[in-house]
Design a binder for this molecule. Structure first.
Ligand code: PMT
Length: 404
């Protein structure tokens, strides 16, 4: 079931007595970590109210192909693109016939035509209707188009008949849906990443900070989510959109970043890509600091050490597998090895930031990964996205811990 984590499932509900079970199915899919958007046919609304499915899915239910308001919010093409899977449960004989004919006469059938995502159906109907030649021909057509078919089960039916045609139980349908997805290298893992700079306030309008853009950390968060992980991204002040399927927490100062990182524990892996200010002003002035009039004297700012977030988490009782970055302009690997040992890390990523084409605020980076046995693994200059995928694969091959 972990394979459903972060997956986007459009659940189509057509009009059969088994439609009441779709409420339980929504819960099962969400419990497994999937995001669910429900699309109902007109007939389905006779069996279960959209309000029930809206409450359980946490999103408005879609139903009308020609509703301008609904199309403006998320139309059939957006839904078709959004879906990682279109799952139709129950799928009635009529719906199977319309799908087999390739019709697009309502939102659900149009969506199936428009999507590139896998389509699965859980048929539910009277046993005689299921055995009918027309239904069996439609089933064969749908299967020849790679539509996956879950069930039906056999047994006592709502109409009193006994035989094949009962919809599978929601837990079985959710399990079958999960099997349609491959396991990512970090499926089931919680990955905590910090990114960007911190800002340390001097007064209400001034602060100490650095040039980190957050690009490296955001690329790592994207790569970890693509690898199937649950990702929490603690972001300093940056101007970047939140990657898909990533839980983002915005912070400003190093102390806030430490609090947010601790609050996100337990995590399996912590990657500290943030450029955290080592020092902060001892006091933040309540009002804007003024120049002394007529004086050419400079001013002295008293600074105090900020907490070391990485060292705190790497030595915490709920210690995650801990990865640091070492941004250096000289003696890069020597300083990196020192940080690996001093902060008790599993991996350090030595980052030569002496060239403006890599490191801070650039689109590319070049790094050397150094593990606990001080083995080095160089990743040559590439986009931060590409490097992030390589780093995540490297980490996934080395972690040997039960998932949280
Ligand atoms: O954000 P970008 O523009 O994409 O740039 C990416 C980057 C260059 C910022 C990134 O790749 C990087 O190297 N991040 C670490 C920057 C840094 O502060 O390195 P450091 O050598 O000073 O710190 C060593 C490690 O300790 C880092 O993992 C840092 O996050 C952590 N640290 C440092 C100080 C502190 N008070 N707490 C910490 O946790």
């Amino acid at each position: 079931m972990q394979r459903l984590f972060n997956k986007q499932v459009v659940l189509g509900v057509s009009g059969g007595i088994a439609a009441y079970k779709s409420a339980e199915l929504v819960r099962r899919l969400r419990d497994a970590g999937a995001e669910v958007r429900v699309v109902m046919t007109q007939a389905a609304r006779e069996f279960i109210t959209p309000l029930t499915l809206q409450a359980l899915s946490g999103h408005p239910v879609h139903g009308d192909l020609l509703d301008p308001a609904a199309e403006a919010a998320m139309g059939h093409i957006e839904l078709a693109r959004w879906a990682d899977m279109v799952l139709i449960a129950p799928a009635t004989a009529d719906l199977m016939a319309r799908l087999a004919q390739g019709r697009g006469d309502d939102l659900l059938t149009t969506l199936v035509l428009a999507t590139d995502a896998p389509v699965a159906i859980a048929p539910a109907m009277n046993q005689a209707m299921w055995r009918d030649q027309a239904t069996q021909a439609n089933l064969a057509t749908l299967m020849s188009r790679d539509v996956r078919v879950f069930g039906p089960a056999a047994g006592q039916q709502a109409c009193g008949d006994v035989g094949p045609g009962r919809m599978l139980e929601p837990a079985d349908i959710a399990a079958r849906a999960a099997e349609c997805f491959e396991r990512g290298v970090l499926t089931g893992r919680h990955v905590l990443i910090n990114a960007g700079p911190t800002r340390e306030a001097i007064d209400p309008v001034r602060y100490i900070s650095n040039h980190s853009s957050g690009k490296m950390g955001f690329a790592l968060a994207t790569a970890a989510a693509e690898a199937g992980a649950r990702v929490t991204l603690i972001a300093g002040p940056v101007n970047l959109p939140t990657p898909l399927r990533v839980q983002r927490v915005d912070v400003t100062s190093a102390e806030e970043m430490l609090g947010a990182c601790l609050a996100a524990l337990p995590a399996d892996i912590f990657i500290a890509s943030a450029a955290i200010a080592d020092y902060r002003p001892a006091r933040c002035a309540e009002t804007k600091l003024k120049k002394k009039s007529g004086s050419e004297e400079g001013m002295t700012l008293e600074l105090v050490r900020n907490p070391d977030i990485l060292a705190t988490l790497a030595n915490h009782p709920q210690r995650p597998w801990s990865v640091g970055f070492a941004a250096e302009t000289n003696d890069v690997t020597a300083y990196a090895k020192d940080k690996l040992v001093r902060k008790n890390l599993d991996l350090i990523i030595a980052n030569d930031v002496s060239s403006p084409s890599i490191g801070f605020n650039s689109d590319d980076n070049a790094v050397t990964l150094i593990d606990r046995s001080l083995q080095q693994h160089a990743l040559p200059q590439a986009s931060k996205q590409k490097l992030a995928r390589q780093i995540i694969t490297f980490i996934a091959q080395r972690i040997d811990i039960p998932s949280h």
